[in-house]
Design a protein around this ligand. Structure first.
Ligand SMILES: O=C1O[C@H](COP(=O)(O)O)[C@@H](O)[C@H](O)[C@H]1O
Length: 252
């Protein structure tokens, strides 16, 4: 069983304040990782999250980007998490394309093979430096859906109990598109830092359920990094309106 880490919740008046502080947080994590081991490896989500990364455009580029989850659609399709990140971030900052680790869509007819190939990509990034059972991302950025899902880990789905694979596939996602790949909980929970981002009043009720009643076991509430991993929430005031758990002032 994992040692749980209590989340730190930062709530901001505006999404632009949130975005600026998130950029500072990411760049500090990047500096610390590069100082320590010469590399920074991050996984990002899709949905509304990439829009909150725009403050990074003014700063230096981030390195080695994987996806916390990806939808099985062409990389230039409106539903692609890669396209969302490309449009909002990569098209504005110099990031070498070799550092952006997309899924291999030539394998899209066999999702098991596609997930295996993405897992091998992770093994290439992590295994030489780290013989641990699971990779240790320097930072994983997650969003939440109004049903409490995170990455492509949905409430009540069998993938919630996947304890072995690093990357899993799903062909019956309740949220379209149905075919996806996702990092699994053991990978997410071994990250050095996990930061959730949630904005807007539409996330208020589910944020309350996740943070104030984690025992319900919604997917996002199962994210509890193994010590000394850090769990941080970047939310705006409309999203945190129903949350009883104390929020903190943002500081690096
Ligand atoms: O389908 C997905 O949904 C979640 C949440 O998306 P949001 O638009 O409500 O922020 C997202 O984090 C995940 O990456 C995505 O594939």
């Amino acid at each position: 069983m994992y040692t749980s880490t209590q989340p730190i919740v930062y709530s901001f008046q505006s999404t632009s304040n949130l975005s600026d502080s998130l950029a500072e947080y990411i760049l500090k994590a990047q500096k610390e990782s590069i100082d320590k081991r010469g590399r920074f490896t991050i996984a990002i989500s899709g949905g509304s999250l990439p829009k909150t990364l725009t403050a990074l455009i003014k700063k230096s580029g981030v390195k080695h980007i994987f996806y916390a989850d990806e939808r099985i659609v062409p990389l230039d399709h409106e539903d692609s998490n890669h396209k969302l990140a490309y449009d909002t971030l990569y098209s504005h900052v110099p990031i070498p394309s070799d550092n952006i680790h997309t899924i291999d869509l030539s394998l899209q007819n066999d999702l098991e093979e596609l997930a295996d190939a993405y897992e091998k990509e992770l093994i290439r990034e992590f295994a030489q430096k780290d013989s641990a059972r699971f990779p240790v991302f320097d930072l994983i950025l997650l969003g939440i859906g109004p049903d409490g899902h995170t990455a492509s880990l949905f409430p009540g789905h069998e993938l919630l109990s996947e304890n072995d694979r690093w990357v899993a596939f799903i062909e019956d996602s309740p949220k379209p598109p149905p075919r996806r790949v996702t990092l699994t909980f053991p990978v997410i929970n071994h990250a050095a830092r996990v930061a959730f981002v949630a904005t807007g009043v539409g996330k208020a009720q589910i944020l309350h359920d996740i943070l104030d009643t984690p025992e319900i076991g919604l997917p996002a509430a199962r994210v509890r990094p193994v010590a000394p991993g850090q769990l941080v929430w970047f939310v705006d005031d409309p999203a945190s309106a129903e949350v009883k758990l104390a929020t903190s002032d943002f500081k690096l």
